[in-house]
Design a protein around this ligand. Structure first.
Ligand SMILES: Nc1ncnc2c1ncn2[C@@H]1O[C@H](COP(=O)(O)OP(=O)(O)OP(=O)(O)O)[C@@H](O)[C@H]1O
Ligand SMILES: [Mg+2]
Length: 325
């Protein structure tokens, strides 16, 4: 707990002056988590358009190509005043190389006789692009260019991995620094005149620490999305556990695609779906989170976003997320 409070303070201290409206300070980060296909992109787009009603500068960030955030939110390049940023894997890799490539080369080449190809090698390592997304979101928040960032995370497995990676990275950086201190005097003879890699290692560690502080700070609202299926309930529980492990308490659970009543009495297929919905609702009730019920909405994905946004509005989601006075 003390560590979390410390991290939160760290993050706040490093944020530039407040740019939010209506009594909020700094940039609000809304992140949307859930199993693949439960409706994360739909809910993220609906939340973005809802948030836009009260906040000026809203950006929706997505790494998910199908269906694209743009398709869900924009018409003829007009996205309801929301900036949409979609990042494909190659773009993420390119941005990583631009930001960290030279630094990584500098540190590794101070230990080992490597050429610059090592940068591409590290850029292609599993998890690097996931981890970079956290840095990307962090920089967006720090830029103070936005009142709110809505982050449509990648399907659950990868999202959770990226949180763990950040933690591991932070720990490993501590190990790396200790190792480096041990061999420092020997290395000093070899790299006269060059920058001390320890400075870089420490700056990465601080960055990882800041990113985790941002996520556990009060500026972050994590939203979990679920749908009526046992698998989704299991994934919801694991996401909840993982978020809590990192000091993040989700503010809302959106139980999506619910069929709470049978519009067709006697249709056994629909009865099964109603039963699944009831089971699911019992399951999520036990989690004790603030939950919003979103029914199964017919129509095209884009129309669904509009309808879901209206439902979320009616349910007072902005207020429940602490985004209204
Ligand atoms: N409330 C709803 N009622 C009916 N269909 C819905 C609802 N919410 C989302 N959908 C539909 O479910 C499908 C998956 O939704 P969406 O793409 O938002 O999920 P996702 O969690 O982002 O998926 P992925 O993990 O692949 O990124 C889409 O066709 C979407 O229109
Ligand atoms: Mg999606």
């Amino acid at each position: 707990m003390v560590a979390i409070e410390h991290q939160t303070t760290l993050y706040r201290e490093r944020l530039r002056p407040p740019g939010g409206r209506r009594g909020t300070t700094g940039t609000i980060l809304l992140s949307v988590w859930g199993k693949g296909g439960v409706g994360k992109s739909t809910i993220a787009a609906a939340l973005a358009s809802l948030v836009r009603q009260s906040y000026q500068r809203v950006v929706l960030v997505s790494t998910d190509p199908t269906p694209s955030a743009r398709q869900l939110l924009c018409k003829d390049n007009e996205c309801g005043g929301i900036e949409v940023r979609e990042l494909c894997e190659n773009e993420v890799k390119r941005l990583w190389v631009k930001r960290f490539g030279d630094e990584v080369y500098e540190v590794i080449s101070s230990f080992l006789p490597v050429e610059r190809w090592i940068i591409d090698y590290v850029a292609g390592a599993p998890g690097i692009s996931d981890q970079f997304m956290l840095y990307y979101i962090y920089e967006l928040a720090r830029s103070n260019n936005y009142d709110a960032i809505v982050w449509d995370t990648v399907a659950a497995g990868a999202s959770l991995r990226l949180l763990r990676l950040e933690k591991e990275f932070y720990t490993h950086m501590g190990d790396a620094a200790r190792l480096y201190l041990r061999v420092r005097s020997a290395l000093e003879k070899l790299r006269r005149g060059k920058r001390d890699p320890l400075e870089l290692i420490n700056s990465w560690r601080e960055l990882a620490e800041n990113i985790l502080s941002m996520l556990s700070s009060s500026s972050h609202r994590a939203v979990i999305v679920s749908e009526p299926s046992r698998l989704s309930l299991a994934v919801t529980k694991s996401i909840l556990g993982e978020l809590r492990l990192h000091g993040i308490e989700p503010r809302l659970l959106v139980a999506n695609k619910l069929v709470e009543e049978n519009p067709c009495p006697g249709c056994s297929l629909v009865e099964d779906v109603v039963r699944e919905t009831q089971e699911h609702l019992l399951g999520i009730e036990e989690l004790g989170l603030s939950a919003v019920h979103v029914p199964y909405v017919p129509g095209e994905p884009r129309e669904r976003v509009e309808k879901v946004a209206r439902i979320l509005e009616k349910e007072g989601v902005l207020r429940r997320l602490g985004l209204l006075p």
